[in-house]
Design a protein around this ligand. Sequence first.
Ligand SMILES: Nc1ncnc2c1ncn2[C@@H]1O[C@H](COP(=O)(O)OP(=O)(O)O)[C@@H](O)[C@H]1O
Ligand SMILES: [Mg+2]
Length: 378
Amino acid sequence: MGFNDFFKREDVYKIIKQTLETEYSLKVEFLNRLDKATKESKNKCIFYCIPRLNIIFSKYVNKRLLIGFLIRTLSGNQSIIKQLMIKLYIVFGVFVPRLFSSNFMLVCNEDFINTNIIYPGNKKIKILDFKNSTVTNIKKTGFKGNWFHKEIEFRVNSKYDFVLPILEHNDSRYKEALLTGIPMSRLQNKKRKPFLNKTNLILDNIKGKPENIEIKKYVESLHEIVSQKLSDRSFKQILNISDMINRYFLEMDYIINVVDSHGDFQKGNIFITEHGEVKILDWETFDRRSENYDTMIYNFNLRNSHLLVTNMQVFLNDRSTKIEFSNMSRIDILLLFVLEDICWLIEENIELPENSISIGLENYNKVTVYNYLQSIIN
Ligand SMILES: Nc1ncnc2c1ncn2[C@@H]1O[C@H](COP(=O)(O)OP(=O)(O)O)[C@@H](O)[C@H]1O
Ligand SMILES: [Mg+2]
């Protein structure tokens, strides 16, 4: 997801400006065109903002390293022609950034020139430092920070080798090593194969000690969370979905396993290093969930909210036995997943600044989703 996607949700440049000003005691200014006067003001450093490349960088950047980073991060699993076009866009974007910038960021502080690559993420901004091979993650201003702090706590205490250690941290930022490699989402299917065993082992490893809970009771507790936290009638379809799923499980009488869960085990958060190690990123939503939740997100691309119903259909029609699920029926697995996922999105929504709404939550709040789920129940 590039920062273009966040314009629907938030005032992206304003948040970047406020975040950097607060964190580094700087004065930051965004302009949508550069005139001669700004160019000539020597004590200001110009940063180019290229939303399609999800990057903001200064002219002092090491172009070779930046191009390498962008090619690994943005190209790989598309057709050859598309990959070529992306690579060309990257090379031109880095060498003639003025033509590709949607905005120019001016920073009045020469020291900040050493910070020359900003990679805006979903809830944090990453400052990449190629010289020291580190990434500093800064909590975006206006975001609540519960997830940010949960991630720090989890990673500082984690002993798993698939969790990247945190080198130093405080309340609003943490530093980690800059990895060289590629997210699994950028690998072609055939190149993912050698890593599937490893990721499945990790999925299993994360679970820890299972807790047996009656499905009925578990669903009821989730339904209660949804009704309490989304009492706002603008989420009418979601409330209907939750009610329908709760009623469906009232008839059921079996036990499920609730385990530790990453919460966002999607291929963009699975990083393959140049040495072939697998590192799992984004631990901010680590929590207890049903044992199928992470497997669903991972195998059926269910964090991709644009394809929600399509991917649910793919899951229901999938007959492969390669993916291990507990003994529940596919419909039960899907309905339980939906309710847990809505709870995940409610938590995400709470994280966002006032007046922003989670895109995922809006996607569930559609009559088409409700109708689809009702059609599979009947
Ligand atoms: N330490 C790192 N070194 C190199 N690249 C990274 C590192 N952490 C994240 N990335 C890259 O940035 C992308 C987004 O990072 P992530 O932590 O998942 O943030 P977000 O909250 O925006 O999803 C990842 O898919 C990965 O390609
Ligand atoms: Mg991520």
